[in-house]
Write a protein that binds this ligand. Structure first.
Ligand code: PMV
Length: 303
């Protein structure tokens, strides 16, 4: 059985599309996939089914992935442990897990560069201009610095990160949210470029905080990042409310993660996620905790 991580973006989403660095961390919830030789290529993800030759988005993404791997005919099954479209990297995790399963069923080594290329082909169907951060985080454990020019670099954490992840609002389309920022940039380049430069400075400082174990500093930078994302019109009332509840319950920082327009909020916790998860549950927000460990750069999840 092949696997891939879901992810959170600690800082830098949207800006990363324009070449600004971002910081992501893998979470343990992700995707499992397996593949067997078959007469024709097909993909089943829970209730969803597509053939590689069909015209559905899923069918086209699957066909693009198989073509990138020059794969034989395979029946692939995948199981999602993440809510799709919520900024937790479900789509990229599917691409990475399916690519790994396809390579293994084809008798090939799960070569990292081939997996990345296949996941990029998959992502390209869903999302016109993917930065690649989701696919990189899906394929690596721990915390990553990512930019479009140099790709992923591991960040060595001084302290564990304890995160609370809340599903603030129904999911939104990453493609539409990225297109919305692109349109805003065409109309108001000076406003968007200023926000992008602000995010660049926050991300650079966040790396120093992660390396020094300065979690209050990291939390403040996440709060500023949320303000700049609101200025790009990718936040929602539900996201703002979820962030406010987390901060009131003691979070060091809180922000949306991923494309926004709905989906998930992450809160950086001071030691334990309990108070924040309780506050969210009290407000009817579906949530779970996740840790990114400093030592082994491993991840663990608790409901
Ligand atoms: O797929 P999501 O919702 O986790 O968003 C990915 C992050 C963006 O920066 C918004 C898009 C990208 O390709 O980097």
């Amino acid at each position: 059985m092949a696997r891939a991580n879901g992810k959170v973006i600690l800082l830098g989403e949207h800006a990363v599309v324009y070449g600004v660095p971002a910081i992501a961390a893998g979470i343990e919830r992700g995707v499992l996939a397996s593949a067997q030789p078959a007469d024709s290529s097909s993909l089943r993800i829970g209730e969803r089914y597509a053939r590689a030759a069909d015209e559905s988005e899923l069918g086209r993404a699957f066909a693009a992935l198989l073509a990138a791997l020059d794969a034989p005919r395979l029946a692939v099954q995948a199981c999602l442990e993440l809510p799709p479209g919520s900024g937790l990297g479900a789509s990229a995790a599917l691409g990475v897990a399916i690519a790994r399963a396809v390579l293994s069923a084809s008798g090939c080594e799960p070569d990292a560069a081939r997996v990345q290329a296949a996941a990029a082909a998959w992502e390209g169907v869903y999302h016109g201009n993917p930065s690649g951060i989701d696919a990189a985080a899906a394929a690596h454990d721990g915390c990553l610095w990512f930019d479009r020019q140099s790709g992923p670099q591991p960040i060595v954490l001084r302290r564990d990160l304890v995160l609370a992840i809340g599903l603030a609002d129904p999911p939104a389309s990453t493609k539409l949210m990225v297109e919305g920022v692109a349109r805003l940039r065409e109309r108001r380049p000076e406003v968007v470029d200023k926000a992008l430069e602000g995010i660049r400075a926050l991300v650079a400082n966040a790396k120093l905080c992660l390396e020094a174990g300065d979690l209050p500093g990291l939390g403040s930078l996440m709060n500023y990042n949320q303000m700049l994302l609101s200025g790009l019109f990718v936040s929602t009332e539900g996201i703002e409310r979820c962030c406010a509840l987390a901060r009131d319950a003691g979070a060091l920082g809180a922000k949306l993660t991923g494309a926004g327009g709905g989906g998930a909020v992450i809160a950086l916790c001071d030691g334990t996620a309990q108070a924040i998860l309780a506050a969210w549950q009290g407000a009817g927000i579906d949530c779970f905790g996740s840790s990114v460990r400093a030592r082994a750069a491993e991840v663990s999840v608790a409901k």
